[in-house]
Write a protein of this length. Sequence first.
Length: 173
Amino acid sequence: MTRYSGRFRTTAPFGLVMAAFFFAASATPAWANSFSIVNNDALAFGAIVAGSGGTVTIGASSGARAASGGVTLMNSPYREARFTVSCVADGGADTCTSTSYYSIDPVADISLTSGAQSMSVKNFSVYSVNTATSSGQLSGGTDNLKVGATLTVGNNQAPGSYAGSFSVTVVYE
């Protein structure tokens, strides 16, 4: 199993809550091959003002950001997480072809914490650039995978540096 991990750190100047994070990713080995997962960009919710609470969602396919409830989106950078998934020969014959498929195990909900405060991240979504679906295909041995999610922000959520991590698992089919 190949595992890449990272952590995220956020800052919240002037009463803004910012949330951005890196993914921990793992891949299940495939016969004579295994997967390599490289995190190219972290998921970033951008700067927000909590207000009366609500959600901030980053779409996996487009990277679009939307808020609901009393959350106000600030003009700041945001994006979906981006990964490169590759098939890597582990010796012997390379069985990766343009018809090599993989699936993504569901990502578990997580909590971001800052001291005693927390926010939940749920409803993770994945998008394969090669297939335009949530299952990937290794065209030429690689695929670009995008991941989005929904951040739940509490009523008057305390500003702070929220942190957390989770795993994305790729399974060769």
